[in-house]
Ligand binder design. Structure first.
Ligand SMILES: Cc1ncc(COP(=O)(O)O)c(C=O)c1O
Length: 452
């Protein structure tokens, strides 16, 4: 079946699935479900924004499998493709010194050690050493390692605040921030993405609330926004601190290791790291690993250590990762040319695309969004064309993640991409843009991505 047909058939297939599942849960078979709704039955007939494509574009549009060494050129469904969708900014995933340390640490410690949560039996001197070095790198008194960034952020927010406190947050905050907010039982106010007049308005609301509750205000934003690449307006946000007396928490997942003179992040880039009260970075992007950390004043990080539920009740980061991150930190500092190389690839890619007239929004970091206009159907055909005929693999986002008729192609350059890779990509993008305008993606294309 050709792709456009598959997409057009989504609705029909969906109905078919429903009737199949409804039959399975038929009240005659399960009489107890007659009056009350069974949770599994409800789920069987529920459509979620991404779940509606389950079984149709699996392995191609969603859950694609890239094979081979982590590098700009990898294999997708047996075909070698230029890959722009790995968070490996500094190219550390396959750096020989890092691969050696990762392997030696796994050999020496295995993946199990240390067993248990940090507080119970998962503490080691190496975790503590990593925390010392991270704190020094991002210029804070103390840091604490988190077993996953996502859960860590949820718990940071949960731990810091009580019902009297108020959160003011950017409207485009990452899901881990939004999930942290869900645990907050006090008030919260959202400000329009990076809009300082909106922030001020919300700070006014927050100030009125805490006047009554005697609580405090926490402002949360990101350093570098991972989808569109624009930077959190940290300088202007920090400038409000004196008037509104809030604490600032910055999720710098995409800025850590990349932004600033030394790679210490977006706070360093703007010269306001001191005003960032809590700095959060993950190892999953520039450091090509797993885990994260939070850094700030010693007393506050001490408090977080003893109270973050996702850390107290979950296993400690395994030793090979701890050693691996120590090595990544060393390599990132020992070879600043990796950052220079990354930024030269970023400049070539972003300038080249802009010169061809592409709209890259407001990106100021390596994340390179290319905004096109078209329907999800055209987007699907375009992506297939890009992969099958131009051998380029990148991520794509369509409605409802972005507004209707917007196609967002997201490229993540790394220090190990070459200028030839960049040229090939710009040329291919110029052609797919022409194809899109000429209507080529309105109809069928002559490949079948869904059959292996
Ligand atoms: C802005 C932001 N915060 C937090 C996270 C979660 O980090 P981790 O992958 O370490 O759980 C991500 C990962 O995608 C992210 O982009």
């Amino acid at each position: 079946m050709e792709l456009f047909l598959a997409i057009r058939n989504v609705k029909i297939l969906k109905n078919f699935c429903f009737s199949e599942k409804n039959l399975y849960f038929c009240p005659n078979i399960f009489p107890n479900f007659k009056k009350k709704m069974d949770i599994f039955q409800k789920i069987a007939s529920k459509t979620t924004p991404l779940g509606q494509y389950q079984g149709i574009g699996d392995g191609y549009f969603l859950f694609p499998e890239l094979k081979g060494e982590i590098a700009p050129w990898m294999f997708f469904r047996g075909k070698k493709m230029l890959t722009w969708s790995l968070n490996n900014y500094l190219g550390l995933a396959n750096h020989p010194e890092i691969r050696k340390t990762d392997a030696e640490a796994a050999q020496k410690w295995g993946l199990a050690y240390p067993m248990g949560a940090r507080m119970m039996s998962g503490q080691t001197e190496h975790h503590i050493e990593l925390e010392k070095q991270l704190a020094k790198f991002v210029n804070k008194q103390r840091s604490y390692v988190l077993n996953y960034g996502y859960q860590g952020m949820v718990s940071i927010i949960d731990t810091l605040l009580d019902r009297n406190d108020v959160i003011v947050y950017d409207s485009e905050s990452h899901a881990c921030i939004l999930d942290g907010l869900r645990l907050h039982i006090g008030k919260r106010f959202v400000f329009a993405h990076n809009q300082m007049d909106s922030l001020q308005k919300q700070l006014e609301h927050a100030a009125k609330v805490v006047e009554k509750t005697k609580g405090g205000i926490l402002v949360i934003t990101e350093g570098a926004f991972g989808m569109a690449g624009d930077l959190g307006n940290l300088k202007d946000i920090a400038a409000f601190k004196e008037k509104y007396q809030f604490r600032l928490l910055v999720d710098d997942a995409h800025g850590f290791g990349v932004m600033g003179k030394t790679g210490a992040g977006t706070g360093e880039h703007f010269g306001v790291q001191e005003q960032v009260d809590l700095y959060f970075g993950t190892f999953a992007k520039a450091f090509a690993g797993i885990g994260a950390f939070v850094a700030g004043e010693k007393t506050i990080v001490d408090y977080l250590q003893y109270n973050m539920r996702s850390q107290i009740f979950a296993k400690s980061l395994p030793m090979p990762m701890v050693f691996g991150i120590l090595k990544r930190l060393e390599v990132a500092q020992k070879y600043p040319e990796l950052r220079t190389q990354l930024w030269s690839v970023v400049a070539a890619l972003q300038n080249g695309l802009r010169e061809k007239g592409f709209n890259l929004g407001k990106t100021q970091c390596p994340v390179t969004p290319v905004f096109l206009e078209g329907s999800p159907h055209q987007a699907a055909n375009l992506l297939v064309d890009l992969r099958e005929n131009y051998n380029i693999f990148c991520s794509m986002v369509v409605y409802p993640v972005v507004p209707k008729n917007v196609i967002l192609l997201r490229l993540i350059p790394t220090a190990v991409h070459s200028l030839d890779d960049v040229k090939m990509t710009i040329d291919a993008f110029a052609e797919i843009q022409k194809n899109l305008i000429s209507g080529k993606y309105n109809y069928e294309i002559k490949i079948n991505p869904l059959e292996k």
